[in-house]
Ligand binder design. Structure first.
Ligand code: ADP
Ligand SMILES: O=P(O)(O)O[C@H]1O[C@H](CO)[C@@H](O[C@H]2O[C@H](CO)[C@@H](O)[C@H](O)[C@H]2O)[C@H](O)[C@H]1O
Length: 446
């Protein structure tokens, strides 16, 4: 094992490290699912902070693109070794030919069980390490030596499961401030909301600004996510109505708990116009980047007029912000809701604002449509029944039926479909046809 900074203090200063890593990262970053700058050359790389987690393992915050808000920053945990064992060959980032790491092999240390194990050890023992701060809820015991495994799946971040008891989510794209995926589950735990796993430990950085970097929470080992269950139901030609109804109830329960934890209030009537303008602005920005949206723009704008005319729903409060079938887990015959980060592409302050709960409902309704599109033939009846049941379940728990506001729902669904089109174009171009089909349909109905 190579000794890095501890062997030669100061040799791993950010600018020196960049001379080793810049070339490698230009190739490696665009291949990572979580890298948001896909399709553009990686320029202006900077190392913002470097901390040696243990000899041969570096924690880095890097910036891609120009300095100054909004900055595109990422968290990397890189291992450095003279020789990499064959079992870690898939983790290689590259071999720098310049700077302090010249001639060594740099690799993604999260794929190395040894480094992943030490990270858990760090979280078990709160304290400081350079700019990094490790904290935990002293009421939960995290046993020593739980074996780590990397979760492989469709993810915007990177998650490690420890001994099927805990899951650590490491935020890859780092924004300054507290991440709602720590803030919200923590607050919900304080109002005894049983639908959301409570944070057990977390870590954050003070440099270059305060930012949450990772959250450990209990792992639900027997859980299946809603996306998998919906696809199974489609594959078997079954309905998904009972599950959708229960999911509607779970969503309403979490909305009530969010209102209790953070407060709620009537939407500011002057906000309605601003919200419609924001939706229109997002559509125009997206159409600027995606010419395939242009033919639909004028008809979709009509859907937003409903928001300006009718207000933004019954109340404004904290919401989930990116609710879909991949964010709900079925375990012990109950639905749990995870991942309160919000839509990763939006700025953090926007994601932490109070919003209309109907936004979450629109996200889940869009998700039924996604599932149906990914298992042909298209089963419109399956989607219709899921939508009805979900809204009925929501209404049963909250005494408000989202179906009572069809124009508002259509506006939020349109806004969500536009987000999805941009997301898929950037991250999963093969999926683009799914939101585009919805956009064509929504434009037709406007
Ligand atoms: N508490 C948990 N118990 C079981 N599985 C979980 C838990 N939290 C997350 N997962 C699994 O990890 C996946 C990714 O988690 P998520 O928070 O959605 O990360 P990302 O923001 O990277 O998409 C989920 O789809 C789910 O399968
Ligand atoms: O990774 P996150 O869960 O934070 O969310 C992002 O990625 C999702 C895809 O993994 C994306 O969701 C879209 O695809 C899902 C199926 O894979 C579907 O359930 C969702 O309805 C659809 O929006 C999500 O939009 C994005 O923020």
């Amino acid at each position: 094992m190579l000794k890095t900074a501890s062997q030669s203090p100061g040799s791993l200063s950010p600018p020196r490290l960049l001379t080793s890593l810049a070339g490698l990262l230009r190739d490696w970053l665009p291949r990572q699912r979580w890298f948001a700058g896909k399709g553009r050359p990686v320029t202006d790389l900077a190392v913002l902070s470097v901390t040696e987690l243990h000899p041969g393992c570096l924690h880095l915050l890097i910036r891609s693109g120009p300095a100054g808000p909004p900055e595109d920053c990422y968290q990397l945990i890189l291992g450095v070794r003279e020789h990499l064992p064959p079992r870690l060959h898939h983790a290689v980032v590259g071999r720098p030919d310049a700077g302090p790491l010249a001639g060594l092999t740099v690799y993604d240390a999260l794929l190395d069980p040894w480094s992943a194990g030490l990270l858990l050890e760090r979280l078990r023992t709160p304290g400081e390490m350079g700019p990094l701060r490790f904290e935990r809820d002293a009421r939960t015991v995290v046993p020593e030596g739980l074996p780590p495994r990397l979760l492989d799946g469709e993810q915007s971040n990177t998650s490690l499961v420890y001994g099927d008891a805990f899951i650590l989510k490491l935020f890859r794209r780092v924004q300054y401030g507290i991440n709602p995926d720590l803030e919200v589950p923590w607050a919900l735990a304080r109002v005894d909301c049983p639908r959301v796993p409570a944070p057990v430990a977390w870590f954050w950085t003070t440099e270059p600004h305060n930012a949450t970097l990772g959250v450990l929470q209990p792992f639900l080992p027997e859980a299946t996510d809603g996306w998998t269950l919906a696809l199974q139901s489609l594959g078997r030609g079954e309905n998904f109505t009972d599950e959708s109804y229960e999911l509607g109830r779970a969503t309403a329960e979490v909305h009530l708990a969010l209102a209790q934890a953070f407060g709620s209030g009537p939407p500011d009537p002057y906000d309605c116009g601003r919200l419609a303008a924001a939706m229109t602005g997002r559509l125009e920005t997206a159409a600027h980047q995606m010419p395939e949206l242009v033919p639909y723009v004028s008809r979709l704008k009509a859907a937003y007029a409903a928001v300006a005319a009718r207000g933004q729903g019954r109340q404004a409060q904290r919401i989930h912000g990116d609710l879909h079938l991949g964010q709900v887990l079925r375990a012990r015959e109950r639905w749990f809701i995870i991942d309160f980060e919000g839509e990763p592409a939006r700025p953090l302050d926007e994601r932490r604002r109070v919003q209309a709960p109907i936004r979450d409902i629109a996200g889940m309704l869009r998700s039924f449509d996604y599932a149906a599109h990914s298992r042909p033939p298209w089963r419109s009846e399956w989607v219709r029944r899921c939508r009805e049941a979900y809204c009925a379940g929501y209404a049963a728990e909250s005494t408000w039926d989202p179906h009572a506001e069809p124009e508002l729902l259509r506006a939020y669904e349109t806004d969500r479909a536009v987000y999805e089109a941009l997301y898929e174009a950037r991250h999963r171009p093969d999926w683009l046809a799914v939101p585009m089909a919805a956009i064509a349909r929504l434009a037709e109905e406007s």
